[in-house]
Design a binder for this molecule. Structure first.
Ligand SMILES: Cc1cc2nc3c(=O)[nH]c(=O)nc-3n(C[C@H](O)[C@H](O)[C@H](O)COP(=O)(O)O)c2cc1C
Length: 291
């Protein structure tokens, strides 16, 4: 690769963003082939490739997936790539070759396979960006296991973990700010942030001191729900501190919004049983049967 091409490619990768508006313009087959082949050559633990991708282009199937995952732009995307942890194919291989099969017993094997999925997905995301194809990951497939199993006709020992929507972009992204390099990249050993650094580098620099002002009944409603959530996770004393902070601010800050409301830990933890049930149903045996 020459220097100019290298600079261009790096600039594309540095400027990537999640695209949530797509043009009504098909992705040519040769471009899709390129993206898929980059993924096929991704790094994979032991070169075992415990990963499958289901490519969805049929409008009716896309409509169903949009319905299940609840995000309108999914249907606009030209192509959906659903990434699976796939131990089914490895089991088939073991049967044909008369080998023992026990990957479904090991949590570590599962984690490595999840890492495999991300290596493949992210190499394809980068390839898409280099081709000028917009994209966004959808994590909600892993909250709609049963529906995804039905719509994709998934066999045992497969788990849908992530989806990538692909299409030519009709937006310029939300320009999400990221943490500064010094916060994320540690030199040699882990460097802990002081409270002042958290305030400067996360609260101010990344989130621009974001605050949702609230008053009256709505403020009281939020205080009540934050009290319940925080009490369930930390106990009453810290719950009172959180509510006092919300009261003093007359609103909720970004950490409170993201960590206590949008990704409400009580609501998310309540899904555990359903998630574990699906894993067990799919034949993954490392999850204790009492959940
Ligand atoms: C594992 C994962 C799951 C995601 N799930 C969703 C999703 O369900 N819906 C969505 O709109 N974006 C989703 N995203 C995209 C993130 O919201 C996005 O990457 C983040 O806000 C940063 O913005 P950027 O990608 O434009 O830099 C997901 C990203 C990842 C890595």
């Amino acid at each position: 690769m020459n220097e100019e091409a290298r600079r261009e490619a790096i600039a594309v990768l540095k400027n990537r963003y999640s695209c949530r508006r797509f043009l009504d313009k098909p992705i040519p087959d040769d471009v899709l082939d390129d993206i898929l082949e980059v993924g096929l050559n991704a790094a994979t633990g032991g070169n075992l490739q415990p990963v499958s991708v289901v490519m969805v282009r049929d409008p009716e199937r896309k409509r169903k997936i949009r319905e299940y995952c609840g995000q309108g732009f999914i249907e606009q995307a030209d192509t959906l790539l659903v990434y699976l942890i796939d131990f089914y194919r490895i089991k088939r291989w073991s049967q044909v070759q008369k080998a023992p099969f026990g990957k479904h017993l090991s949590f570590n094997d599962f984690i490595i396979s999840l890492e495999d999925v991300m290596c493949m997905a992210q190499s394809m995301e980068s390839a898409a960006n280099l081709h000028g194809v917009g994209n966004v990951y959808i994590g909600t497939v892993n909250a709609r296991y049963a529906q995804m199993k039905e719509v994709l006709d998934l066999p045992e020992l497969t788990i849908p973990v992530l989806m990538l929507c692909l299409g030519y972009p009709d937006d310029k992204g939300l320009g999400r700010k990221k943490l500064a390099r010094g916060v994320v990249v540690h030199q040699e050993t882990y460097r802990r942030l002081s409270d002042d650094e958290v305030k400067k580098r996360i609260v101010a620099d990344k989130y621009d001191n974001w605050m949702q002002s609230l008053e009256g009944e709505i403020l009281e409603k939020y205080k009540d729900s934050f009290f319940q959530v925080t009490k369930a996770v930390h106990g009453e004393e810290y719950a009172r501190e959180v509510v006092a902070a919300i009261d003093e601010q007359k609103g909720i800050n970004r950490a409170q919004y993201r960590l206590g409301h949008h990704y409400n830990p009580v609501r998310l933890a309540a899904l555990n049983e359903e998630v574990f049930r699906f894993y067990r149903e799919q034949g993954f045996a490392f999850i204790p049967s009492d959940g």
